[in-house]
Design a protein. Structure first.
Lengths: 327, 319
């Protein structure tokens, strides 16, 4: 029981519960199943991206190009729709093409970070600029609405199983897949090992360049999946719709207990982080707080979360040193 | 004679300038040249600030929103009828206060700068939105607009003089003051610096205060030039300033960086974006160029470092 309280995830659950109780007083609509399904469905994209970002932050890197990559893939599949026949086959094509396009862009990021040794923040900022520029150039910022989307895709986006929208299932699949990779595969264990202590990991014989390449490529892959989810959710492609989402994604991951110095992070923690941010956003809307203040709150929470994380990290380090002295 | 990294960059800057004056129509026209000089300072000041942070091994992603917030501070003072001096003072106070906040979290708590400034970037943006409600504030009067649009002695733009002043000041501070030397030391080896008796947290704090100051000065020039301020004031300069610092030879891992290199890089970027604009290239493509150049330069750096270390190892194995 004590270990349960000590877990990082527990404090997030506690905050979520307290917040939910407060919000259920503010608005009677809040504590309904419908509202919760809406909240989760609206944040599927953020959830998918945050899961990928978890792996990257575990290796103590960062990727700020995720929103741009997702937008780019969404724009590409949006324009692909015009050439696709109206059958389930085009759905399959989209589901194969989008992750592959994302994977390619992610691999470029990963290659530059691992092989060319450029810091991830610079690489992904550069890629972000390039992609945003190209997207703006080709779309002119124009909104692509659902008129030329195949019927099969629209049917897919409205599909519900047991009253739960299909997007939530996609999020669940991504979460379980990533959890499995992180927990039960060699590459997943290597991700954690490198984040924990890169030198020891290399000495044990882990090819850290390959692992770095993997985390960025996997992030790209998930960006592709997120692009399909985003297109299905809005049934439109908005070149500016995801602007700045990368910050929320990073905030969710850090809130979810992933250590910014690497080595620690869980998929369920990240999902809780996403849920917390989502509930806050939903709550602020229900409480009719001015949208302008929402950014202030988000920013303050990010700063607070990273500071808190760092302080607890330092305390832990201090404790470690003490044990060594006593021995 | 061997050329330094910076003088090669200077030649590249000269080369791009000559290239643009050959292929871009009207690039050398007096109208365009004065435009060029008026656009340079605001970007240059932000790039200088970014360079100082990068020398410490950090990065400041909030720099453009710090600038925007100080711009809002100045705008509020001016539109409420206060004097220009008090508007400038308020802008600087806003900038330095934002810097102090970043500096506190980075130096005292010790959180990695990238995460702190990522958070404060959203925070400051939110504060600006809460103040301005997303609208722009404009109409600052003719005297104020002289800072960004006026000439000194009728020839030299006033703002470029401000930029030159701060470029020299940054250079002198970095090379001659003990604070500046500590910045390089900290960027090279944090622990060794601490053990040689330097208070790292004070050095870092001053770095972020200085960046806040530079952002505020840049904001004053920008607001004066545009005669209005909005939440996205100068936001396009964020990546460009990182790119300029890195292209200017600043080591992204910290420990190395020169003012003159950054200035050359700023000139290169300004020449490129100005020239490409004249050639009718879509402004979005200019962004693509800048992102591409940033990655290209770092890739070239990687290979030249590799060649160098290969040569060195060969020499040592021979001897």
């Amino acid at each position: 029981m004590k270990s349960l309280f000590k877990q990082k995830e527990f404090s997030i659950i506690a905050i979520i519960i307290v917040l939910s109780i407060i919000l259920s007083f503010v608005s009677p609509v809040f504590l309904t199943i419908g509202n919760f399904i809406d909240i989760i469905e609206a944040n599927t994209v953020m959830g998918i991206l945050a899961i990928g970002m978890t792996l990257i932050i575990i290796t103590s890197d960062i990727d700020v190009s995720v929103a741009a990559v997702t937008t780019a893939v969404a724009v590409i599949i949006g324009s692909l729709f015009g050439y696709l026949p109206d059958s389930w086959l085009s759905l399959v094509i989209i589901f194969i093409a989008a992750p592959i396009i994302g994977l390619v862009i992610g691999s470029v990021n990963g290659f530059l970070v691992s092989k060319i040794n450029i810091p991830a923040i610079v690489v992904t900022l550069g890629i972000l600029n390039i992609i945003n520029g190209l997207v703006l150039y080709f779309t002119n910022g124009r909104y692509l609405n659902s008129t030329n989307f195949p019927e099969s895709f629209l049917a897919f986006s409205d599909f519900e199983l047991f009253g739960i929208p299909i997007l939530i299932y996609i999020l669940a699949i991504v979460a379980i897949l990533t959890w499995y990779i992180l927990k039960h595969t060699f590459i997943g264990r290597s991700v954690l090992a490198i984040g924990g202590n890169q030198q020891s990991a290399v000495r044990v014989g882990i090819d850290y360049k390959k692992v770095k390449l993997f985390v960025f490529a996997y992030m790209g892959f998930l960006c592709g999946v997120a692009a399909v989810a985003q297109t299905a959710y809005t049934t439109a492609v908005d070149p500016n719709g995801l602007l700045g989402l990368e910050l929320m994604v990073i905030a969710a991951v850090v809130l979810g207990g992933t250590n910014i110095h690497g080595g620690r992070g869980t998929v369920h923690g990240t999902l809780l982080g996403v849920l917390l941010l989502a509930i806050m956003e939903n709550g602020m809307i229900l409480a009719r707080i001015d949208t302008f203040w929402q950014k202030v709150v988000t920013g303050a929470i990010i700063v607070f979360a990273v500071s808190y994380d760092h302080i607890s990290y330092k305390r832990k380090q201090a404790k470690l040193a003490k044990i060594e002295v006593e021995v | 004679m061997k050329l330094t990294k910076e003088s090669i960059l200077g030649l590249i800057a000269l080369g791009t300038f000559i290239l643009m004056s050959l292929i871009a129509p009207g690039f050398l026209g007096s109208n365009n040249l004065s435009n060029f000089l008026f656009q340079l300072p605001e970007f240059g000041l932000l790039a200088l600030g970014m360079m100082v942070v990068i020398i410490t091994g950090g990065i400041d992603l909030s720099i453009t929103y710090v600038a925007a917030l100080s711009g809002v501070g100045a705008a509020l003072m001016l539109t409420n009828g206060y004097s220009i001096i008090s508007a400038i003072v308020v802008a600087i106070i806003f900038g330095v206060a934002c810097g102090a906040f970043n500096g506190f979290v980075v130096s005292k708590i010790g959180v990695p700068p990238i995460l702190v400034t990522l958070g404060t970037m959203v925070l400051f943006e939110g504060v600006i939105l809460a103040i301005t409600k997303g609208n722009s504030i404009s109409g600052f009067g003719d005297t104020y607009s002289l800072i960004g649009n006026g000439y000194y002695m009728g020839v030299v733009p006033l703002s470029i003089l401000i930029f030159i002043f701060f470029a020299i000041l940054t250079g002198v501070l970095l090379n001659k003051s003990s604070w500046g030397r500590s910045i390089y030391m900290y960027g090279n080896n944090e622990i060794a610096t601490l053990f040689s008796g330097i208070r790292n947290s004070r050095v870092l704090m001053k770095v972020y205060l200085y960046v806040g100051l530079l952002a505020a000065i840049s904001a004053i020039i920008m607001t004066s030039r545009y005669n209005s301020v909005k939440v996205d004031l100068g936001s396009s300069y964020l990546l460009q300033s990182v790119a300029a610092a890195v292209l200017g030879g600043t080591n992204i891992h910290g420990g190395y960086g020169k003012v003159i290199g950054t200035v050359y890089a700023v000139i290169i970027f300004q020449t490129l974006s100005n020239g490409l604009n004249l050639l009718g290239v879509h402004s979005a493509i200019v962004d693509v160029f800048i992102g591409g150049i940033l990655i290209l330069v770092l890739t070239l750096n990687f290979f030249s470092d590799k060649m160098k270390s290969k040569k060195e190892s060969r020499v040592s194995s021979v001897s």
